[in-house]
Ligand binder design. Structure first.
Ligand code: IMP
Ligand code: MG
Length: 179
């Protein structure tokens, strides 16, 4: 499985170091406020777990799942909600935790529907930002790493549901994906 990664883009130690930095920043920014983390399934699970372990303050967690139609290395832009939150976010300080922003369509859709529920605030924290691919403008408040326009796997990110358990972020070999 590791052999299907052409290169290690972000090693475990670097993922950890950056996650700690983000956690310190989030702790400072949310001092004196409540905090609800919303994890976007499934890709953000590893990042959510590592980030919440570094947040030394009270917080709540809930989950949402979205799917973009089709299984390929390019997202279709058509997004569908497959699992909604269990809790109400009205009047709460909400931070969306995402694995990667590519075109921006998934997060645009999510922020639109979450804003309607009148949270006290709504911010976005993404581990990875493939900025060159952005098609719609989404304001992102916390970014782990800006990465080049390559299809990445591991640390929660999949290709056809596989590779999520790799402990690093790697670039998928060309011959393993239909790019
Ligand atoms: P967007 O809606 O185009 O921003 O796409 C966001 C979603 O596409 C992410 O949440 C991922 O599930 C998926 N995605 C985009 N790029 C990659 C990648 O390089 N590897 C794995 N999944 C990706
Ligand atoms: Mg995702």
């Amino acid at each position: 499985m590791q052999e299907d990664a052409a290169e290690v883009l972000i090693a475990p130690a670097d993922l950890h170091r950056r996650t700690v930095e983000l956690a310190r920043q989030i702790e400072a920014d949310y001092a004196g406020r409540d905090l609800v983390l919303i994890c976007v399934l499934k890709g953000a699970i590893m990042f959510l777990v590592d980030l919440m372990k570094e947040l030394h303050r009270p917080l709540e967690v809930d989950f949402m799942a979205v799917a973009s139609y089709g299984a390929s290395t390019a997202s279709s832009g058509v997004v569908r909600l497959t699992k909604d939150l269990d809790m109400s976010i009205q009047g709460r300080h909400v931070l969306i935790v995402e694995d990667i922003i590519d075109s921006g369509r998934t997060l645009q859709y999510l922020t639109e529907i979450l804003k309607l529920r009148q949270p006290a605030s709504l911010r976005i924290c993404t581990l990875l930002d493939k900025r060159a691919r952005r098609e719609v403008d989404v304001p992102v408040d916390y970014v782990g790493f800006v990465i080049p326009n390559k299809f990445v796997i591991g640390y929660g990110l999949d290709y056809n549901e596989v590779y999520r358990n790799l402990p690093f972020v790697g670039v998928l070999k060309q011959e393993c994906g239909n790019m």
